[in-house]
Design a protein around this ligand. Structure first.
Ligand SMILES: *Cc1c(COP(=O)(O)O)cnc(C)c1O
Length: 459
């Protein structure tokens, strides 16, 4: 075997060995940052090191600092695992090293992304004419969609933002719910709209934007307006009332953007689809593949119902960049120039699961969330704070101190990991079940860890 072949085979073995440890290893790693700096740091080497040795030592050295995110008992944030086909496709993506910016640089990358985008639209109920981009995550999907929205609403107001920028442009107001995700605010800062352009709409006790409050806000606003709705609140999983929001946005002629980072996957499930009804009326959608579709980092998707402003806002043109092929140039639709072909893992994930498999993945995560809620709620002092409609469970114990101490115990036990939040001004614990690997046994083990933690705190 050539050295390179041997290295890659060995690497595959190391990766598989790592995956084998997922059930046994502590979910939160044991090593401190200081210990890891000690192991991994040191001065920049002057001389080369054999690649096989680099990889062997790398795998060994990071071992005590790796979080078991791909395992079945990591419930932090909204994260997701990795499907086998998606992981393997990710390795091939690196081996192929295709630059997915132009069709002329890689016909295969251009076509695979074209297909993956079409499949996503069909699966998720996004209108067939929508344009799309594969980006790093929902954050950059917001930037892409809101750059398009900015272009479109200013064009309607007679202003060419692509040429003239925002100096002296009509003021855009961005209307969003009080429980919007923080990435919306950052997108507004990056786009020169500023968080001062935000007009906040009150949310109900589940974190949903209130349609009656939106109506009042919109009635007061003049000039270009972008409405940002949310499908899937990060704590509760709640969906904004999309049909009412779409009616109001349409009546006022504003652009409707939906942050549906993980919530849009409900559309792939016949039993949950009703939760996102109305989302097909949006002007743009931002969501992730690296969360609920379980592809590796990083992969988010931006979609726009209006390909013309989308392309105008994002395109990059120079004489030497002309595609001879009549292919889809990725750089026309997203903020990147050179980039990896992120659509490959999406293609592999969708092909390996099929329509039925995606529905099963979504339904299965929601069933596990239900099981968790049912079991944890039996523990003394536990209150479930949300309607467990999808994959999120928000709960707390009798008082803030118990909630925080019990959570710290569970995190330190290595049995499971999830984070905390503040809800209604008090401490709460968030569980997100977004990984195909999470089994009923994982849920039972996690609840048992809480039971032990409560007993330890009580004694
Ligand atoms: C995770 C999340 C985001 C940000 O997505 P990234 O992939 O981290 O960029 C935005 N909105 C919601 C609702 C999310 O859950």
């Amino acid at each position: 075997m050539s050295d390179e072949r041997e290295l890659l085979s060995r690497t595959a073995e190391l990766a598989a060995d790592f995956l084998d440890t997922l059930d046994k290893r502590p979910v939160w790693p044991l090593a401190s940052m200081e210990e890891l700096r000690h192991i991994l740091g040191g001065s920049l080497p002057d001389e080369p090191t054999d690649p096989a040795r680099v990889i062997e030592e790398l795998a060994q050295d990071v071992e005590p600092g790796i979080t078991a995110i791909p395992g079945g008992r990591y419930f932090g944030f909204v994260t997701g695992g990795t499907l086998p086909a998606a992981l393997a496709a990710d390795w091939l993506t690196s081996a192929w090293d295709q630059n997915a910016f132009l069709a002329v640089s890689s016909p295969a990358a251009a076509v695979i992304e074209e297909v993956a985008g079409e499949w996503l639209k069909e699966l998720l109920g996004v209108p067939a004419q929508a344009s799309f981009a594969f980006v790093t995550g929902c954050q950059m999907a917001h930037v892409t969609c809101l750059a398009t929205a900015r272009h479109a609403v200013l064009e309607r107001a007679g202003w060419d933002v692509a040429r003239d920028g925002l100096w002296s442009a009509p003021r855009i107001r961005v209307v969003a719910g009080a429980m919007r995700h923080v990435t919306i605010d950052r997108a507004l800062r990056l786009l020169g709209l500023g968080t001062g352009s935000l007009v906040e709409v009150a949310a109900d006790e589940h974190g949903r934007m209130r349609a009656d409050a939106l109506a009042e806000v919109l009635a007061e606003l003049k000039g270009p307006v972008i409405v940002c709705a949310q499908a899937g609140e990060v704590n509760t999983g709640a969906f904004d009332p999309l049909p009412e929001i779409a009616d109001l946005a349409q009546a006022g002629g504003s652009w409707l953007h939906i942050d549906c980072a993980f919530g849009i996957w409900a559309a792939a499930s016949p039993t949950l689809r009703h939760l996102v009804a109305g989302h097909e009326r949006a002007d743009s959608w931002a969501f992730d593949a690296h969360k609920w579709l379980n592809v590796p980092y990083d992969c988010g998707v931006a979609m726009c119902a209006h390909p013309v402003p989308h392309r105008t806002a994002m395109t990059m043109q120079a004489a030497y960049l002309k595609s001879k092929e009549t292919g889809r140039d990725g750089s026309d639709w997203g903020p990147d120039s050179s980039r990896r072909s992120r659509g490959v893992t999406v293609y592999a994930a969708l092909r390996s699961l099929g329509r039925r498999g995606v529905a099963d993945l979504v339904d299965q995560c929601c069933a596990r969330a239900q099981e968790f809620a049912a079991q944890i709620s039996k523990l003394p002092g536990c209150t479930i704070l949300n309607d467990v409609e999808i994959n999120q469970v928000l709960f707390r114990f009798a008082d803030d101190e118990t909630t925080n101490t019990v959570l710290s115990h569970v995190q330190a036990s290595g049995e499971a990991w999830m984070g905390s939040t503040t809800w209604d001004g008090r401490a709460a614990i968030r569980v997100s079940v977004s990984n195909w690997r999470t089994t009923e046994a994982d849920i039972e083990r996690t609840v048992a860890a809480f039971e032990r933690a409560l007993a330890a705190v009580a004694s």
